[in-house]
Design a protein around this ligand. Sequence first.
Ligand SMILES: Cc1ncc(COP(=O)(O)O)c(C=O)c1O
Length: 399
Amino acid sequence: MLGVRGLFVPGPTNVPETVRKAIDIPMEDHRAPDLPTFTLPLFADLKQIFKTESGQVFLFPSSGTGGWEAAVSNTLSPGDTVLAARFGQFSHLWIDLCERHGLDVDAVDVEWGEGVPVETFAEKFKADTDHKIKAVLVCQNETATGVQSDVAAVRAALDDAGHPALLFVDGVSSIASIDFRMDEWGVDVAVSGSQKGFMLPAGLAIIGVSQKALEAAQTAKLPRCYFDFADMIATNAQGYFPYTPPMTLIRGLRVSVDRLLAEGLDNVFARHRYLAEGVRQAVDAWGLSLCAKEPKWHSDTVSAICLPDGFDSGELLKHAYHRYGLSLGAGLSKVAGRVFRIGHLGDINELMLLSAIAGSEMAMRDLGVPVTAGSGVAAAEEHFRSANPAAGVKLVAAE
Ligand SMILES: Cc1ncc(COP(=O)(O)O)c(C=O)c1O
C-alpha cells in the first residue's frame, strides 16, 4: 500500500514521531547508577497527569487489564463485595476479572449506551449501613459503546452516604484525554494504559494509587506477586523497579508526558472534545445515531456509531480496511455487527480525522448504507472551520 494506513481504532493510537524516536534507542542498564535521575522526576510528573499530590503512580509492564488486576488484588480479600455496573464490554470484563478473583460482585446491568447509574449506586450506598461494599468500580469511558460516566458524581454519592468504599476508576481510554482528577474526586485506584491517551505502544499499565488504597493493601488478603504494590513502593523509592522494566516504553513515556504537560491538560481535554464534536457532526449528517443514548454520555475519545438494520459493521470494517487502508473499531460482544467505532484520541488532528470520516463514508456507501456522499465530511469540516482558536483551544498539539 502507498501512503499510511489510517489507524482509528480507539487504541492503540498513533504514536507521535518524537515518542517513536525516544523509544528507538539501544538497550540500557535498568540498574544503572544514574537511572534514578531519569525515573524519579518521571514518577513525580505522572502525578500531575493523574492530578494527585497525595497518591503514587506505578508503572507495571502490562496492558490495562493488568492494571485492573493490580487494583483488585492489592486492596481486597476473597469474598469482599464490590459494586459495579455493566454497560459495555470493558465494564463487563472488569467485573469478570473480579469474579475470577473470588469477589462477590453486585453487578448492576445497564442498557448499553448509558453509563454508570449514579442514583442506583447512591441508593445502594445508603442501604449498605454495615459497609459490606468494599469497593466500587467506575469505567469512566466505556470504549465499547463510546460512553463517558461521571466519576465526581459517584464520589459525591459515596460522601453523601458517608460510605467508606474504595473508589476504583478504569481510565484506560480517558486518562490523558478526558478530564480526570484523582485527588479532587477521591479516587483510590485509577487505571490507565500506555496505548491510548499516552500515545505509546501497548505494554505499560499506568496506575494511580491513593494512600487509602495503600493502607487497604496492608490487610488485603487476595494473593498477589507480580502486581504487588509493596514491591513497587520499595524499589520505586530509589528510582528502580522490582523486575526488568520495559525501559524503551518508559523512555517514550517521558516524551509523552512532556508533550501533555507542555500542551496543558486543559487544552488536551478541550482538543479531544473539539475533535470528537467533528465526528458527532458527521454522524448527525449521515442520519445515523451514536450508541451513546444522550449527549451527557458522549465520549470525547471514541464514537460508537450504529448502522441501520440490515447492515453488518463487521463487513464494513473489512471493506474499509482492504479497500481504503482504514482501521476502524469493531462492535464488541452485544453490539457486534451493529456498531463501528471511530477512535479520536491521542496524536491526531482535524485532517487525519477527516480522512477517517471520508473513509467511513465511502465504505458505507460501497456497502449500500444510505448516507449522502460527502455529508459527514462537510459537516465535520464546517465544525472545524467555525471553531475559533481564540476561544481557547489550541488546535495542534505542542511538539
Ligand atoms: C476502557 C478500557 N478498559 C480496559 C481495557 C483493557 O485494556 P488492555 O487491552 O490494555 O488490557 C480497555 C482496552 O481497550 C479499555 O478500553
